[in-house]
Design a protein around this ligand. Structure first.
Ligand SMILES: Cc1cc2nc3c(=O)[nH]c(=O)nc-3n(C[C@H](O)[C@H](O)[C@H](O)COP(=O)(O)OP(=O)(O)OC[C@H]3O[C@@H](n4cnc5c(N)ncnc54)[C@H](O)[C@@H]3O)c2cc1C
Length: 402
């Protein structure tokens, strides 16, 4: 089968790109080796950032200027007034709260936060602050950054493109034939002895997050083009309010809290920010203790009685930077007919797709029989969010001591 584009990896970068290509009339498919969104997308906090995090130092950095257009694009998609129609994605909240700790540097951070943003924070009167922020020092602001539920976003994009998404076995179900490193001539998919598919791609796009390293090696390319930055996230469930927000300390976010509901309908908080960075070196119990202390300081009104705690580790996969720092924006590397993509942030998926689209030429047209073949090929599942994985929660005995 001749294809305009074969995408490897169904996180947000691959799914958004596939949707754009399909709507543009391209013969494009996406191959997923695990469950859609495994890795970063399903584990993310789902905040449609508008760049605030990157202006905390008081300057509009390149990251912030790239990202500042994104909330408006996503907002229209969630409303169903722009493509891709994401009106089936669950929105956790229309805004995030922003509050600060008492230090002078964090006050400066709040000032810096107002520089040059499309979605700027709006200060709240004391009567307007939610009960969980009672007793917090200093100004509380409301930031019109929407928060969505990543598993529902993946499902939304999956249902729009199901016929173009194929499950395959990365170890034994795929052979690349390449002319020279990065110039892939053929991809041979083997589902069973009788079920095989030979794809002749004009363009190959790796959007496999951490999996990009192995894919690049299989295409004769070096894996040193990328870096991993680990995080150790905290989760807590129980009698908690629905709350989404960042606690700012200087130019850092001390904690970032987002809320979802588990399959039993319980409220679950995901806690990132600095705790998840310092937590990389900690065992789960130590990180939970540290987070409990942090929450006692930054959310003094929150009762921590009877809560259950868990953690999960996840690596951010990015294009390599000098010194391993966070990249300023998304990364796309071209080698032969292969593009390797690292969006850096979920919100940047639209601009990533927009950058790739002009590089793809449309020459392949599929017959009805070919389309039917794709529709009938085996399909991947959607990855479970971290709070639905029992092993991420501490055992009852540990929970009690925590
Ligand atoms: C804890 C955390 C919180 C975050 N919070 C936010 C946030 O609030 N807002 C925001 O904008 N960004 C956030 N991010 C960043 C964001 O999640 C990532 O930038 C984005 O999800 C990366 O998407 P991706 O599609 O490149 O990769 P991934 O989401 O990692 O998806 C990769 C996909 O490729 C598949 N795959 C792997 N190997 C292969 C292979 N060999 N063949 C085929 N498929 C393969 C995987 O199974 C997976 O489906 C967060 C990241 C983390 C880790």
């Amino acid at each position: 089968m001749h294809c305009d584009a074969v995408i490897f990896g169904g996180g947000i970068a691959g799914l958004w790109l596939l949707d754009e290509l399909r709507r543009g009339g391209y013969s494009a498919i996406l191959l997923e080796s695990r469950a859609l969104g495994s890795g970063q997308t399903v584990a993310s906090q789902g905040i449609i950032h508008g760049g605030l995090k990157y202006t905390l130092s008081g300057m509009l950095t390149r990251s912030a200027s790239n990202i500042s257009e994104m909330p408006l694009i996503w907002r229209d998609c969630f409303a169903g007034t722009s493509q891709p129609d994401l009106s089936d994605t669950i929105l956790r909240s229309q805004y995030c709260y922003l509050w600060r700790t008492q230090s002078l540097t964090s006050r400066l951070g709040m000032i810096g936060a107002k520089v040059g943003l499309r979605v700027a924070p709006e200060n709240l009167a004391e009567t307007e602050t939610p009960p969980v922020l009672q007793g917090c020092p200093g100004t509380v602001a409301k930031l019109p950054e929407q928060v969505m539920s990543p598993p529902s976003l993946i499902n939304n994009l999956y249902s729009r493109n199901r016929n173009r998404i194929l499950k395959y076995d990365a170890e034994s179900g795929c052979v690349f034939k390449f002319e020279k490193p990065g110039r892939i001539q053929q991809i041979h998919l083997i589902q069973s002895d009788s079920e095989t598919l030979k794809l002749t791609p004009d363009n190959v796009i790796f959007t496999a997050g951490k999996g990009n390293a192995a894919l690049r090696e299989r295409a004769g390319l070096t894996s040193s083009a990328m870096q991993l930055r680990p995080l150790h996230m905290v989760m807590v469930r129980g009698n908690l309010p629905e709350f989404n927000g960042h606690c700012v300390d200087g130019s850092k976010t001390r904690v970032t809290i987002t809320t979802d509901r588990n399959i039993r309908g319980e409220t679950v908080w995901q806690i990132g920010g600095q705790v998840s960075e310092v937590g990389v070196e900690m065992e789960p119990e130590e990180l939970i203790n540290h987070t409990q202390q942090e929450l006692a300081e930054v959310l003094p009104a929150l009762s921590q009685d009877g809560l259950q705690w868990g953690t999960y580790r996840v690596d951010r996969a990015e294009q390599k930077t000098s010194g391993g720092k966070r990249p300023e924006s998304f990364g796309i590397k071209k080698d032969g007919n292969t593009l390797t993509v690292w969006p850096t942030k979920l919100v940047l998926a639209p601009v990533v797709a927009e950058t790739i689209l002009p590089k793809i030429t449309h020459t392949a047209d599929w017959s009805d029989a070919e389309q039917e073949r794709l529709a009938n090929w085996s399909k991947p599942a959607v990855a479970l969010p971290p709070w639905e994985i029992p092993g991420n929660w501490l055992t009852p005995a540990l929970r009690r001591s925590a």
